[in-house]
Design a protein around this ligand. Structure first.
Ligand code: CA
Ligand code: CA
Length: 183
């Protein structure tokens, strides 16, 4: 039914196991592309929890985004990605692109930049809620130098900051519309 670059996540657990017959969000993110199309990852209704601790790597802590992909939920009240204060949730590398749609990102926490997302690449957020994330810089999102962020129809709520810079990005270019900030 699905083409190779369309992946449906089938477990809420954050794990890497090629032999369990399940596809975790982390496995979907790490799955290689066929090189032609972008990857689309589909989430269901429920809470996907970040839980693989350890030394920073693509296989642990935050989700490292090194290619172009879209992650789609069923709605911000139905599909939740929960960082459990383990780490920030997404790290987007230069030349990579992450599109998030119809989901909530919550409980991300970074000691440095971007409680929910630290981007050096391109991010697009639509119908996304960023709630209760925190970091020293960019409680929800830290958009680094030359990074691009477009955010539409999304809500930032209760994203804490220990140092300066607030919920949104700062250095790169961003297009923001229909954004609601709540504290
Ligand atoms: Ca698996
Ligand atoms: Ca990382």
């Amino acid at each position: 039914m699905s083409s190779p670059n369309e992946i449906t996540v089938t477990t809420f657990t954050d794990l890497l196991n090629a032999n369990d017959g399940l596809i975790s969000l982390r496995e979907a993110i790490l799955a290689p592309l066929d090189g032609i199309r972008e990857k689309a990852i589909f989430l269901g209704e429920g809470t996907y929890t970040l839980s693989l601790d350890g030394t920073e790597s693509p296989e642990t802590r935050d989700f490292d985004i090194h290619s172009s992909m879209t992650i789609v939920g069923l709605g911000a009240s139905r599909t939740i990605i929960d960082g459990k204060q383990l780490d920030r949730i997404f790290e987007v590398f230069p030349h990579a692109s992450l599109t998030l749609s119809n989901l909530t990102i919550t409980n991300g926490r970074a000691v440095d930049k971007g409680g929910a997302i630290y981007s050096q690449g391109t991010i697009h957020l639509t119908q996304t809620v960023l709630h209760n994330n925190s970091a020293n810089f960019g409680g929800a999102i830290f958009n680094d130098q030359n990074a691009i962020a477009t955010i539409a129809g999304s809500v930032f709520s209760n994203n804490g900051v220990y140092g300066k810079h607030g919920a949104g990005g700062n250095n790169g270019s961003h297009g923001l519309r229909e954004i609601t900030f709540r504290t």
